[in-house]
Design a protein around this ligand. Structure first.
Ligand code: ADP
Ligand code: ZN
Length: 364
């Protein structure tokens, strides 16, 4: 069973996002029909390769004369110049035409890295995204951002490059470690907060009934989440306006990730804590949101911010360094109420400081 959503990119290049189970046959059929190449490149995460290569081979090898596979070591370190260069070398040495498709199979790391390769080789070869983490399914595979990291910061080199299609095959989630489920969970909670609080109730129900098993039970929530992201990026392809709403909790999260050297806290953990900060700032500016709404998910997370308690003074200035800060002002995505986000430049440091105290205290 699967469902299809059209992603509008405000150009001729609209594409479909499909979510369901057992989609690999459809991926392969789509490539044959829409792109019609005899050769296909597969760039795949090593862990995904180990668990799933047989079903991928089965779906692809019958349709393509040549399936050329490049296996990428797992982890953020792979979003590097070196790895980018190796894959570009590989693709060019193997022989590639402008119409040869590249299928990216993995989490956000693979989507960003392989996506940037596809954007760069011959100024762009057809890209098909097959996200295999919850995070990639509901977030990073949508919106056309591709790229790698630089020694001076994350995602500093890259391009907007839209795929021909995204296929979120829930079967991949059967092998996803619990920590990675939780990482994706934060973005789903975020969608609930900024767009549709009903998602939070659904999420509680799914988790209490299934935990992080039975991925097919997650189809509706993945689809609703993807739809929210698609709606927002379709209305703001190049990130000038409402796309900022997707940053709810993230201005805090980026600081937490940074002071944790990008290793002590995962992105999802940082975002989860960041949302407590954003709720606090929202309430200081007039909202009346009960952060208990997040508390029911807390037990799923396993991190502690006690070591940051004495460093809170450092954090507001670091928010100014956020890529999305403008004119030396702290710009926060806040809520008027659940589901009603707005962007606010906050210059009252007392508010920012107090919101940090609340975020950190929630995890000590
Ligand atoms: P994200 O999607 O959160 O950005 P990554 O691309 O870094 O994350 O993937 C997170 C981790 O999950 C990596 O170690 C990767 O190898 C692993 N992984 C990705 N998809 C699967 C899967 N379907 N089953 C098992 N492990 C997976
Ligand atoms: Zn995020």
């Amino acid at each position: 069973m699967s469902n299809q959503i059209t992603v509008n990119t405000q150009s001729a290049a609209n594409y479909s996002y499909q979510v369901g189970t057992n989609l690999l046959e459809e991926v392969s059929a789509f490539i044959e029909k829409q792109i019609g190449s005899e050769k296909v490149f597969v760039v795949i995460d090593k862990n995904v390769y180990q668990h799933h290569i047989e079903s991928i081979n089965q779906a692809f090898q019958s349709r393509f004369q040549k399936m050329v596979t490049y296996v990428v070591p797992p982890g953020e370190k792979s979003k590097s110049f070196d790895q980018f260069g190796s894959i570009v070398d590989f693709v060019l040495n193997q022989g590639v035409e402008r119409s040869t498709p590249l299928v990216a199979i993995g989490g956000g790391v693979i989507g960003d890295l392989a996506g940037f390769v596809a954007a760069s080789v011959m100024r762009g070869i057809p890209l098909i995204q097959v996200p295999t983490t919850l995070l990639a399914m509901v977030d990073s595979s949508i919106g056309g951002k591709t790229g790698i990291n630089h020694s001076t910061g994350k995602n500093l080199i890259g391009a907007f490059y839209q795929p021909k299609a995204v296929f979120a095959d829930l079967n991949f989630l059967e092998t996803l470690p619990e920590k990675e489920w939780v990482n994706g969970l934060s973005e789903i909670i975020k969608y609930g907060m900024i767009e549709d609080p009903e998602i939070l109730h659904q999420l509680e129900r799914i988790i209490s009934e299934n935990g992080f098993t039975n991925p097919e039970k997650w189809q509706s929530i993945v689809e609703q989440s993807a739809q929210i992201k698609i709606d927002i990026v379709s209305r703001d392809v190049h990130e000038q306006g409402i796309r900022a709403f997707l940053n709810f909790g993230h201005t805090y999260a980026h600081v937490i990730e940074r002071v944790g050297n990008y290793s002590n806290y995962s992105h999802g953990e940082a975002v989860f804590a960041g949302m407590y900060g954003a709720i606090s700032a929202s309430n200081q500016l007039g909202a009346t949101i009960d952060s208990k709404i997040l508390d029911s998910f807390k037990a799923l997370y396993n991190f502690d911010l006690a070591s940051l308690k004495t460093r809170i003074d450092e954090f507001p200035p670091l928010m100014l360094k956020d890529k999305k800060a403008k004119n030396q002002q702290i710009r926060l995505v806040l809520l008027k109420e659940l589901g009603k986000p707005y962007v606010q430049e906050v210059d009252d440091m007392k508010i920012v400081q107090a919101s940090w105290v609340e975020a950190i205290q929630s995890f000590t």
